[in-house]
Design a binder for this molecule. Structure first.
Ligand code: ATP
Length: 327
């Protein structure tokens, strides 16, 4: 059992819907266990600058349903340096903060693990990223909302694609992983899904699209994960336009981009964020450190932070086959 009285909570890296619900759960669970909570604004940047704010129960009222993060998020170059982390440790000491809960992605956890090694400050991670690419949890906070937003947008694109018999290349987020692309491809009825986990040569893409468009002479939707190896939807568009075989096809690109990050979290994300925020406080009280809280087969599980990025979370290849079967 660690002697912890004051916990600092921060959000870091790309924002994700549900981060606020997680902050709320951390604050309320900490207060229920007689721990003080300090909100650290702007992630590691604010930790270094001493940008701290006292959190009470009311400070997290009415944020559960909001997208973004009330604590703000940032990417900090200084935290990559020993000097930056030394300054963060000094500021935390001055603020009498003796444990940390960080909500973010693998970069956030890499920084947290190094900081924990160097300064022995107990730290627990909560998986907050829309990409769902973290080992040790079935889903990350924000993923379900981003997925639903992407599907909603694909439905809209389908209407206009259908009206004009157009081929749409829809780019969704996912630099290193195809979770959003694969699942919104199935949910949105895409004819083809291109993800970073599989290599699809340009010739194969062309062949597939050509047979789809000529056989059905109707609209098609191709979902492209941004990290897909051809270089994203714009690159594929260039290659198709340069090919005479596609000159008759009405081709359009739509990059969903940051629309996928915003918006009110889904019920699923709110529940996940609330569970994991409370579980993070429980883990701290039980004396755990340098672990991420996640859900595995529906149950809360702790995973050493280092495993979160050193192990790969695999996509479900059955789903990839399903997109082909159903298109
Ligand atoms: P997302 O998956 O949404 O991008 P993330 O947490 O992976 O979220 P990053 O920008 O990769 O986002 O990381 C957040 C911050 O964590 C960085 O800006 C940096 O301050 C810190 N960080 C990342 N990697 C390291 C590292 N190796 N050493 C120290 N700090 C790091």
């Amino acid at each position: 059992m660690l002697n912890i009285r004051r916990v600092g909570v921060f959000t870091s890296g790309g924002d994700a819907p549900g981060m606020n619900a997680c902050v709320r759960a951390v604050v309320r669970a900490a207060l229920a266990n007689d721990l003080d909570v300090i909100g650290i604004r702007r992630g590691y940047a604010g930790m270094i600058d001493g940008d701290y704010v006292e959190m009470d129960g009311r400070s997290v009222s009415n944020i559960l349903q909001k997208g973004g993060t009330v604590l703000k998020s940032a990417r900090s170059k200084r935290f990559h340096t020993e000097e930056g982390r030394a300054e963060a440790a000094r500021q935390l000491r001055d603020g009498q903060i003796d444990a940390l809960i960080g909500i973010g992605g693998d970069g956030t956890f890499r920084g947290a693990a190094i900081f924990n090694d160097e300064y022995n400050i107990p730290v627990i991670g909560c998986p907050g990223t829309i990409d769902n690419d973290l080992f040790g949890t079935d889903e990350t906070i924000g993923y379900d909302t981003a997925l639903n937003t992407a599907i909603e947008n694909i439905d809209r694109i389908r209407d206009t694609a259908d009206a004009h018999d157009r081929l749409f290349l829809v780019e969704v987020m996912g630099r290193d992983s195809g979770f959003i692309a694969l699942n919104c491809g199935i949910g949105g009825g895409a004819e083809l899904v291109l993800i970073p986990e599989t290599i699809t040569e340009m010739e194969e893409i062309k062949e597939r699209l050509h047979s789809l468009m000529s056989a059905q002479s109707r609209s098609s939707i191709v979902v492209v994960a941004e990290g897909e190896e051809q270089g994203g939807a714009a690159r594929i568009e260039q290659a198709l336009r340069a090919d005479d075989a596609f000159s008759e096809i009405d081709l359009r690109v739509c990059i969903l981009g940051h629309t996928q990050r915003g918006g009110s979290p889904t019920a699923r994300d709110r529940v996940l964020a609330s569970r994991l925020g409370a579980a993070a406080i429980e883990a701290l009280i039980e004396g755990h450190t340098a672990v991420m809280v996640g859900t595995v087969n529906g149950d809360v599980k702790l995973t050493p932070l280092r495993n979160v990025w050193s192990r790969k979370k695999n996509i479900n290849y059955e789903l990839l086959k399903l997109t082909q079967l159903l298109s």
